[in-house]
Design a protein around this ligand. Structure first.
Ligand SMILES: [Fe+2]
Length: 285
């Protein structure tokens, strides 16, 4: 095959190297990339400069394209399945959900469908150096595997309650009061096992700011444990920070990772085009 992968860090991240761009758009390449996403959590295509049509084609080669979500945005794209991640008020009049991505989370964990398998981001406008906007990823597979055996045992059977309200609680005070309740109460309140045993047999943790508390535990103790697990997964060994260059394309395994954006301001112009691959597995203990 005319594409190659290079590891970025020991437990997370691969970079794709290609000779001919066309070699990426084949079913064989898509299968190899999908397997690499599952194995390495994050796969980076430096300065690939995809068009929206190419990104959609790529998404469909790798799996089932998730139908979306342009509904909060006044999008400037042809196809509604491409979501523009931006703080530009002309496109995104409700910035709260993007501001909420400054905190560790998994996508699509509070809806009545399997969480998306992967999220795909194409960088259209990168913030200037020192202006934030990098994206960080933390492998919840590697983090689980690295836990001491007695901690793994302790997590077995635990369930957490997830909500958008919990994920926006760090910014709730900053949401204009007139629509705060509406913004906080979108989505469902969903219970998930803390440890996800995937069909592959590998285990990851379902954590992040959507996780509000642990079922059957006192709120302070459960919340403290959830935050401690976030910190564990975010340690440098299991996480990766990607500094965006315009044209970069990144795919990550949303079922085995948390992600967050380093805070940035709308003045940076940061613009990402996002597509998603539907999940095929519900979270199972
Ligand atoms: Fe996200």
């Amino acid at each position: 095959m005319a594409i190659r992968f290079e590891n970025i860090k020991e437990f997370i991240g691969s970079r794709v190297v290609w000779d001919d761009r066309a070699d990426l758009f084949t079913p064989e390449a898509a299968a190899a990339i999908r397997a690499k996403v599952e194995e390495r959590t994050v796969v980076v295509f430096p300065e690939l400069n995809l068009t929206d049509d190419e990104q959609l084609q790529f998404t469909e080669l790798m799996g089932e394209r998730q139908r979306l979500t342009g509904r909060f945005n006044k999008q400037e794209v042809e196809n509604d399945d491409v979501y523009q991640v931006t703080l530009d008020p002309k496109i995104n009049p409700q910035p709260e959900y993007v501001l909420g991505t400054f905190f560790w989370h998994m996508d699509g964990i509070t809806v009545d469908a399997p969480p998306p398998f992967a999220t795909l981001l194409s960088c259209r406008i990168a913030p200037a150096a020192g202006m934030g906007g990098e994206t960080e990823f933390a492998s919840t597979y590697a983090a689980y595997e690295g836990l001491p055996e007695e901690e793994k045992q302790a997590l077995e059977g635990m369930r957490a309650v997830h909500s958008v309200k919990a994920s926006l609680s760090p910014i709730a005070d900053a949401i204009p009061e007139k629509h705060r309740d509406k913004v906080l109460n979108i989505g469902l309140v969903k219970e998930h096992p803390l440890v996800w045993t995937h069909e592959s047999g590998r285990k990851s943790m379902v954590i992040g700011t959507t996780a509000d508390h642990i079922v059957g535990q006192e709120i302070p103790a459960g919340r403290a444990m959830l935050i401690r697990l976030q910190e564990w997964a975010a340690q440098p060994a299991y996480s990766l920070r990607h500094k965006w260059t315009e044209g970069d394309f990144v795919i990550w395994d949303n079922t085995g990772a948390m992600h967050r954006a380093i805070p940035y301001d709308k003045s940076t112009g940061r613009m990402m085009h996002r597509t998603s691959i539907a999940g095929t597995e519900t979270v199972a203990a």
